[in-house]
Structure formats: C-alpha cells, structure tokens
Design a protein around this ligand. Structure first.
Ligand SMILES: Cc1cc2nc3c(=O)[nH]c(=O)nc-3n(C[C@H](O)[C@H](O)[C@H](O)COP(=O)(O)O)c2cc1C
Length: 127
C-alpha cells in the first residue's frame, strides 16, 4: 500500500511549502522546500524527492542520524471538521549528488547541487 496516497497525496499536490526537520547535535534543525518543486520532481508512492541547493547542515545531520520529519499543510484540503488539513510524514533521508534521480532533478533545477530523497515510513493527518 503506497504511503503517499489519498488525502496525503492531495496535500502534496496543494501545499505551498513544507517544513523538513532533522536531528541536530543538540537541537532539531528545520529547513523548507516549495510545494511546486515537490510537484515537479518529487511525489512518488513511497518517496519524496526534492532539489537541494543548500541543506549543508541538514546533510551533516542526516549522515549522523537519517531520521527525518516533514510537515505540510493546505487550507485547500478539508480537515475532519474545518477547511484546512496537514500531515506529518516520517521517514529516512539522504542527499545524493549523482545518478538517475540527480540527473532528473538537475534537468528541472539547474541550480541544484544535489537531491534530498526521503523514504517515507509513515504519513498521518493532523487536523
Ligand atoms: C519556502 C522555502 C523554500 C525553500 N526551498 C529550498 C529548496 O528548494 N532547496 C534548498 O536547498 N533550500 C531551500 N530553502 C532554504 C532552506 O530552508 C535552508 O534555509 C537552506 O538550504 C540551508 O539549509 P541548512 O541549514 O540545512 O544548511 C527554502 C526555504 C524556504 C523558506
């Protein structure tokens, strides 16, 4: 069963941006990416693929501890009671700088120095 499916997929298709959290040495570290970048290269049944321009600290963090969380939301998706839904995606991440995924992302985003690939383990709605 795909993890990015149903309302989770709808959120990926409508979110303006997402927050990506890794474990720093002594505190969580938060970065972001744009929803339209995700839609260009990144929505797969069990993976999220994103262009990496910076993400230097994120990369260091992932080399030490590959656990990652992603929060995304949209007012255009209805929650259980009111307009607006969001989801928390958990999984593992790595940044790659060569290979098929890199070539594909680089073709869309020439500025990308790499690609953040998140293998999704779980995705749950929040509202
Ligand atoms: C809405 C938004 C979208 C962003 N999109 C990207 C992106 O596509 N790629 C990227 O590397 N950084 C992006 N950034 C910048 C990162 O959040 C981050 O500040 C930067 O890459 C430094 O990462 P680091 O602290 O892990 O070194 C974005 C920031 C915001 C606020």
């Amino acid at each position: 069963m795909p993890k990015i499916d149903g309302v989770i997929r709808e959120l990926c298709e409508k979110a303006e941006f997402m927050a990506i959290v890794t474990n720093g040495d002594d505190a969580p570290h938060v970065v972001a990416n744009w929803g339209d970048y995700l839609r260009k290269v990144g929505i797969e049944p069990d993976r999220i693929v994103l262009p990496t321009g910076g993400y230097r600290i994120t990369e260091d963090n992932l080399q030490r501890d590959n656990r990652v969380q992603v929060l995304l939301a949209s007012k255009a998706v209805h929650g259980t009671r009111t307009p607006g839904q969001g989801c928390l995606i958990t999984g593992t991440g790595r940044i790659i700088t060569s290979g098929d995924d890199y070539d594909r992302v680089k073709a869309q985003f020439p500025w990308a120095r790499g690609v953040l690939i998140i293998s999704v383990e779980d995705a749950v709605t929040q509202l």
